[in-house]
Design a protein around this ligand. Sequence first.
Ligand SMILES: *[C@@H]1O[C@H](CO)[C@@H](O)[C@H](O)[C@H]1NC(C)=O
Ligand SMILES: *[C@@H]1O[C@H](CO)[C@@H](O)[C@H](O)[C@H]1NC(C)=O
Ligand SMILES: *[C@@H]1O[C@H](CO)[C@@H](O)[C@H](O)[C@H]1NC(C)=O
Ligand SMILES: *[C@@H]1O[C@H](CO)[C@@H](O)[C@H](O)[C@H]1NC(C)=O
Ligand SMILES: *[C@@H]1O[C@H](CO)[C@@H](O)[C@H](O)[C@H]1NC(C)=O
Length: 374
Amino acid sequence: MPPTPPSPTCTASGGRWKTVGREILLHLIDFLVTSYGRDPVITRLLNNTRVHIMPSMNPDGFEATKVPDCYYTRGRYNRNGEDLNRNFPDAFENNSAKIQPETRAVMDWIKNETFVLSANLHGGALVASYTFDNGNPVTGSLKGYSRSPDDDVFIHLAKTYSSNHASMYKGMGCDNRQTFPEGITNGYSWYQLEGGMQDYNYVWGQCFEITLELSCCKYPPEDQLGKFWRDNKVALIEYIKQVHLGVKGQVTDKNGNPIPNAIVEAKGRPHVCPYRTNEQGEYFLLLLPGTYVINATVPGFKSMLKTVEIPDNTGNFSALKQDFSFPEVSAKISSRVASCPKTPLYQELTRASAAVKPTIHVLALMTIMLAIFK
Ligand SMILES: *[C@@H]1O[C@H](CO)[C@@H](O)[C@H](O)[C@H]1NC(C)=O
Ligand SMILES: *[C@@H]1O[C@H](CO)[C@@H](O)[C@H](O)[C@H]1NC(C)=O
Ligand SMILES: *[C@@H]1O[C@H](CO)[C@@H](O)[C@H](O)[C@H]1NC(C)=O
Ligand SMILES: *[C@@H]1O[C@H](CO)[C@@H](O)[C@H](O)[C@H]1NC(C)=O
Ligand SMILES: *[C@@H]1O[C@H](CO)[C@@H](O)[C@H](O)[C@H]1NC(C)=O
């Protein structure tokens, strides 16, 4: 049974304060490295998963916070006065904010690694929020919900976190201001925002990201931190395991050489920037168990379609494997491929409607990223 939930209000008087996400990630690092070789589940998880942890994205903001209280927002901004979680390119609008060095570093990092799943940790609410944060009528904004083509996967990811958290799943909200059924929300439904990292990762990073709001109080007193870690520990581990959802594989040419930049998508859920293989010809698609047609395309050649039956493999720490071999292709051919444009993408789809099947957040003092790759 989960322990008693954290009190929805708190006072920060006297003593020292800490931001919850940063502390939790330090605990997580400690837990992972000390459990490896001792705990069989953590050992298998780490044997099969590359985990990147960034405890603080906004060190300026952290340092600027001198007299914190629960809803203090000064530490939200970097030295240049920019909010880093409004600073990314946006798929729906032209973001005029000047890209900050911290944001640039994170974008380079995302581009450099084949991230598959990530989470960013914030304070100020208690909820797991999922993409899209921004939207337009193509994604359902007129109905107050901005739906990605992978909405089912995102709901699963958010629920995995909230249901394994000590109290998030109860959806109590903070100070009874707002409640979240099952402790999750679509970002846009909560409140629309532009330039967030969550949408950026999904659209340009090929990385499914959710936003975790972990504490009503942004700066709880130090003596509550142990409890915040215990409340989140199982949820973090169960969330990391989800990187093994779905299907993965390699695309190769007639000689077995990897083909980078091949498009690999599940039929019926095309991404607005099609997901492509990395330098090693590898692809990863997070999908819930079920039957899917996977479409691998080397531009200029005939697509290969394979029907796959995806089991729930997260307990096995390995997604289903499905490779593609293109006998008529030489890997050199696809080396140069136009990258996805940076200007708003979804506006162009209003008529074509190719991106989606029709059918936040209170601020973070600092953005903290837990990024996971396999
Ligand atoms: C993890 O990997 C190490 C090194 O390859 C191996 O010795 C060990 O048996 C593996 N442990 C598990 C539980 O898979
Ligand atoms: C965004 O900027 C691009 C390039 O400058 C321009 O073509 C486009 O019309 C702009 N879109 C919006 C919605 O402002
Ligand atoms: C990108 O990867 C290369 C090679 O692993 C590494 O040297 C470089 O520091 C990385 N850059 C970033 C921004 O992560
Ligand atoms: C497979 O993907 C390619 C590239 O996105 C697309 O042009 C093609 O129509 C797709 N084929 C099918 C049968 O969906
Ligand atoms: C785990 O993988 C093994 C071998 O790859 C397979 O036999 C087994 O059915 C899998 N278990 C689950 C729960 O998927």
